[in-house]
Ligand binder design. Structure first.
Ligand code: NOJ
Length: 585
């Protein structure tokens, strides 16, 4: 270990010690190494990591142009270390016309100048590494920008060598697309190109033509891009829209479902464009590729799988595809329902692949959890409840920048201010995703410390006056400090780190309770989450789990308890939306 690393780990240990003594539990737990220091294949680093998603446009602007950038991220690494996260997933920062804010890529092996340079990226990786943080990149395999040279060549003539890199078909008749497939972002998934008198397919915007993954040259080009970033130190990839890589070559029409979507199109089942079995062949090869690199790079899949069986397939029949499929089933429970969360957590625990779960509640496509789950009255407390639900089960948690301070969804008030084309098309029913992409709120200086520009790419929400890192750092009861305590516990408490998940008091409709059972002789932790606006007094019989004691010791509670004395398992009281974590033996 270098001297620099040694002094860093000393500081980190000291900080952790201070943090834990601020927690209500006075019980010292044996310190475990940070996820970043454990990387054997039997116990891979990503199982113990907290992954933090950064939307680079909105995290920190370093050059005063109103848009976040790579050097901005580098300047905030110490904050992320203090928060306790282990890996940063950064959404696309490659050259792009920014129609879909980076998910329309025009060059897979460069950095968009508005975010910086490759040298800036290299510096980010090396500064992150010094601090024990890993950098996970976004891998957009399904489509490119229509400005990518591959597509401009492809559309130039029917005989261009790149023609077959995309999906071109004749229409059904004049002005009629080849079939009824619909874009996720509204309207037909086919756009007519008069230059060659054919239609091209795009699952997303028409500026995002789908690649033809049946063409081996496409795979080769993409895998070369993957190598490029792994060679530069990327610790893995979050794979965008991966279930959409293949389409039915016979172009069957999708089944129509009742009702209409926000764009006024009929609802359809994306039966012939989602989850085709060929996806798994690509994932297996991709896994082999990343496995050939040292350090155990991780693959995280973005795939809103319709059920646990489909989700489990993402791990691969022989644990040879994605290590961490993002669990949209859980993220999409858009209400506080102990019964729904219990059922889904159980399902994931028992998934047929025995794969390791990955949970999240916030990201750049979803309204922020603070208001999505908030009831308008207890939102700060509910944000802590959701933090506990994210950080205490047996899973890798993934959080979204600003979630740790309770940032609110702040959608544009007027259609003319909308930046996200989803909002432009769907207004007013769907205001788009700008609301969850507003600048990070650091302090009370100009633009909440995000930028010195006169105008930022999205406005800084008015809530920044109170909801910001500086203010919450000083408040021991803040959402930020609650996240820090939970993250420290995950790392430090063996039951959270390695314990199994056992659902208890299963009939309770309002309170979700589970045990993180210590695999060794030490204490386990009982997690009790009141998902209702009423106080609840519960009793627990944990004897079938080998728990003999009838009184337990507080580890952490929100709101804080008036006394830190022992708690009887016969009478555990939780206030509305209360969180209680207790040591049991
Ligand atoms: C999923 C990404 O998260 C979203 O932001 C994007 O618009 C689509 N994929 C298309 O790439």
């Amino acid at each position: 270990m270098s001297n620099r690393l040694k002094s860093f780990s000393l500081l980190a240990t000291l900080a952790l010690g201070l943090l834990l003594s601020a927690c209500q539990s006075q019980k010292p737990a044996p310190a475990a190494p940070a996820a970043s220091q454990t990387a054997s294949s039997a116990d891979p680093w990503w199982k113990h990591a907290v992954i933090y998603e950064i939307y680079p446009r909105s995290f920190q602007d370093s050059n005063g142009d109103g848009t976040g950038d790579i050097n901005g991220i580098t300047s905030r690494l110490d904050y992320l270390v203090a928060l306790g996260v282990d890996a940063l997933w950064i959404t696309p920062m490659y050259p792009s016309p920014q129609v879909d804010f980076g998910y329309d890529i025009a060059d897979y092996t460069a950095i968009d100048p508005q975010y910086g340079t490759l040298a800036d990226f290299d510096r980010l990786v090396s500064e992150a590494k010094k601090r024990g943080l890993r950098i996970v990149l976004d891998l957009v395999l399904n489509h490119t920008s229509d400005q990518h040279p591959w597509f401009t060549a492809s559309r130039s003539s029917r005989t261009n060598p790149k023609r077959d890199w995309y999906i071109w078909r004749d229409g059904k008749g004049p002005g009629q697309p080849p079939n009824n497939w619909l874009s996720w972002f509204g309207g037909s998934a086919w756009t007519f190109d008069p230059q060659t008198d054919q239609w091209y397919y795009h699952y997303f915007y028409k500026q995002q033509p789908d690649l033809n993954w049946r063409n081996p040259e496409v795979k080769k080009a993409m895998f070369d891009a993957v190598r490029f970033w792994l060679d530069r130190g990327a610790a893995g990839f979050r794979i965008d829209a991966v279930s959409r890589l293949f389409e039915d070559p016979n172009l069957h029409d999708d089944p129509i479902l009742p009702g209409k979507n926000a764009y006024g199109d009929p609802n359809i089942e994306h039966k012939y464009t989602d989850n085709l079995p060929e996806v798994h062949d690509v994932l297996r090869e991709l896994r082999q590729l990343v496995d050939s690199y040292p350090g155990g790079p991780v693959l995280i899949s973005e795939a809103d799988e319709p059920n646990i069986a489909e989700l489990a397939k993402m791990y691969g029949a022989h644990d040879d595809e994605v290590q961490l499929p993002m669990d949209f089933q859980i993220a999409d429970v858009n209400k506080l329902s102990a019964a729904d969360f219990r059922r889904l957590l159980d399902e994931v625990e028992n998934n047929p692949a025995h794969g390791w779960p990955e949970y999240f509640f916030g990201n750049h496509d979803q309204p922020r959890p603070w208001d999505r789950y908030g009831d308008g009255k207890h939102n700060d407390q509910i944000a802590k409840l959701m933090a506990a639900l994210l950080l205490t089960p047996r899973a890798t948690p993934q959080m979204y920048y600003g979630e740790e301070i309770g940032m609110r969804t702040t959608a544009p008030a007027r259609k003319e201010d909308v930046k996200d084309p989803v909002g432009k098309l769907g207004w007013p029913k769907d205001k788009g995703r700008d609301g969850e992409r507003t600048p990070m709120q650091w302090d009370t200086s100009k633009n909440a410390g995000f930028s010195t520009a006169d105008k930022t790419w999205l406005p800084v929400p008015p809530s920044a006056a109170k909801v910001n890192v500086a203010a919450e750092s000083k408040d021991p009861n803040s959402i930020l400090n609650f996240y820090k305590r939970l993250i420290a516990l995950r790392r430090n408490n063996p039951a959270f780190r390695d314990g199994s998940y056992i659902s208890v008091n299963r009939d309770d409709p309002d309170v979700l309770s589970f045990l993180r059972k210590n695999p060794a002789a030490g204490d386990s932790v009982l997690v009790v989450l009141n998902m209702s606006a009423s106080p609840h007094t519960l009793s627990f019989d944990l004897s079938s789990e080998g728990i003999k004691e009838k009184t337990v010791r507080l580890v952490l509670a929100a709101p804080e308890l008036s006394s830190a004395g022992p708690i009887s398992l016969d009478s555990v009281t939780l206030p509305p939306f209360g969180v209680l974590l207790a040591d049991v033996h």
